[in-house]
Write a protein that binds this ligand. Structure first.
Ligand code: NAI
Ligand code: MG
Length: 479
């Protein structure tokens, strides 16, 4: 913004300790990898190395799975559910006590703004542990007249867009339902999962109940293919989701997959326009667009198209792109060079297709990976920018005349994760929400999460639900 600026308001990093090197957390101990290999995790906001992290191979994964099996057989499946709950409550409280540290480390390692890691990621992660701790000794009431049993060892593989929150989404329900865990964070964002391992250690959780192994896709594949893993919980790209489905076909492994999305935000002509514009901005630019349920397609009803686009552009001009640790920053760093290349590749395709583009006129930092918030308009329904997940701050805008038309267009995608509807009329909300094929639909709001509410998709967005009662089912055998 020219003319006036906020003074820098940097969150302090002085209270945060990041070790030079992290080992694997297996059987309640920090162990060196059999692979003898380490990789670097960097801060995408300035490309500086934060730490070296162990790269687990098949042997390391085998060790972790054996530890999880032993802990399941000898301890975790035998103690009372109320005892299980105590540990999970303790993990939640310890995380809450160290929440500032978690928020700063998440922003450093992932590039997300401190405002989001502090106000969204970390509190929600704590809430997932609190919520599931409450269920541990009440499962018989959750599923009355059913005989329920835990599954055994859960292999959990998570992405880089919500590193700590995804770890919490996966570990908390697994523990509450009596399973043990081998979890692998994403290669660009391993640090908060390793900090979580410290907390788990301090909570006195019996050794082997939670094991954290770091590494790349090969480490993930070793978990998926390990014969003694009973369940795979994966969040990430549709491509890897398909590989996992093939790998476990014909085995007894259970799976829940939470994959990509191309979610529609729909503004009707009677919508409260200012609130809708703010919701759309939040829906796509929040977390740099690195959100599986990002509202990456906007449908505007004819009649309010010009007003909405003008207000969107106006609002985008005041968005601050920059240092994630600055409390005024709205849009932080893109998670990795690879992801920035993917996003820029899509913008080139848009140019070639003759799309109309608008980027807010902001200064970008000279090092690190950044992308200004971008609108793309005048796109064909078949355009790759309309059909494919970009996973960046890029909003594809289309218009519509009638409700039937927008339902048809919004559903015309291989995905089905989320949607948003903006209108003044309850009847329109009910009409649209029953016809849109999406796992989560928000009305007059967007990107609101709560541990009590199930989350998951249709079609190529995956299957199974996380959170709420439905999320517990993924970790239980039911008769
Ligand atoms: P990815 O799906 O490759 O990575 C997710 C996790 O899976 C990471 O922990 C990774 O190490 C692991 N993994 C990779 N290959 C594996 C394999 N063969 N077996 C088991 N685990 C494996 O996602 P990536 O490459 O980081 O991002 C690529 C695209 O995926 C993004 O541009 C975005 O469109 C999409 N994506 C979607 C996410 C979502 O939440 N829906 C999250 C992250 C990425
Ligand atoms: Mg990193």
């Amino acid at each position: 913004m020219k003319g006036w600026d906020y003074s820098p308001a940097l969150e302090s990093t002085s209270h945060v300790e990041i070790k030079k090197r992290y080992e694997l957390y297996i059987n309640g101990e920090w162990v060196k990898p059999a692979s003898k290999k380490y990789f670097k995790t960097i801060n995408p906001a300035n490309e500086e190395v934060l730490a070296e992290v162990a790269h687990a191979n098949e042997k390391d994964v085998d060790k972790a799975v054996k530890a999880a099996r032993k802990a399941y057989d000898e301890v975790w499946s035998k103690i009372s559910p109320a005892e299980r709950a105590k540990y999970i409550f303790r993990i939640a409280r310890l995380m809450q006590e160290r929440s500032r540290e978690f928020a700063v480390v998440e922003s450093l390692d992932a590039g997300k703004t401190i405002r989001e890691s502090r106000d969204v990621d970390v509190p929600l992660a704590c809430n997932h542990f609190f919520y599931h701790a409450g269920w541990a000794d009440k499962l018989e009431f959750a599923f009355p007249n059913r005989k329920i049993e835990s599954i055994g060892v859960a292999g959990q593989i998570i992405p880089w867009n919500f590193p700590l929150l995804m770890a919490a989404w996966k570990i908390a329900p697994a523990l509450a339902t009596g399973n043990t865990v081998v979890l692998k964070p994403a290669e660009t964002t391993p640090l908060t999962a390793l900090k979580l391992a410290e907390i788990i250690h301090d909570s006195g959780l019996p050794p082997g109940v939670v094991n954290i192994v770091t590494g790349y896709g090969d480490t993930g594949a070793a978990i998926v293919n390990h014969k003694d893993v009973d369940k795979i919980a994966f969040t990430g790209s549709t491509g890897v989701g398909k590989i996992i489905q093939k790998a476990i076909a014909g085995t007894n492994k259970k799976a829940t997959l939470e994959l990509g999305g191309k979610s529609a935000n729909i503004i009707m002509d009677d919508a409260p326009i200012d609130q809708a514009v703010e919701g759309v901005i939040n829906g796509i630019f929040f977390n740099q667009g690195h959100v599986c349920c990002a509202g990456s397609r906007l449908f505007i009803q004819e009649g309010v198209v010009d007003t909405v686009i003008e207000k969107l552009k106006h609002r985008m001009k005041s968005l601050i792109v920059g240092n994630p640790l600055d409390k005024n920053t709205d849009i932080g760093a893109i998670n990795s060079k690879e992801q920035l290349d993917i996003i820029n590749g899509y913008l080139k395709i848009g140019e070639k297709e003759g799309a109309e583009m608008y980027q807010s006129p902001c200064d970008l930092p000279s090092s690190g990976y950044y992308c200004p918030p971008t609108l793309v308009m005048n796109l064909a329904q078949s355009s790759r920018l309309v059909q494919e997940e970009i996973f960046g701050p890029v909003l594809a805008i289309q218009t519509f005349r009638t409700i039937d038309e927008v339902i048809q267009k919004a559903n015309n995608t291989p995905y089905g994760l989320a949607a948003g509807v903006w209108t003044d009329k309850g009847s329109r909300i009910f009409n649209l929400t029953t016809k849109l094929r999406a796992g989560v639909i928000w009305a007059n709001t967007y990107n609101k999460f709560d541990p009590t509410s199930p989350f998951g998709g249709y079609k190529e967005s995956g299957f199974g639900r996380e959170g709420g009662l439905h999320g517990l089912e993924g970790y239980l055998k039911m008769n």
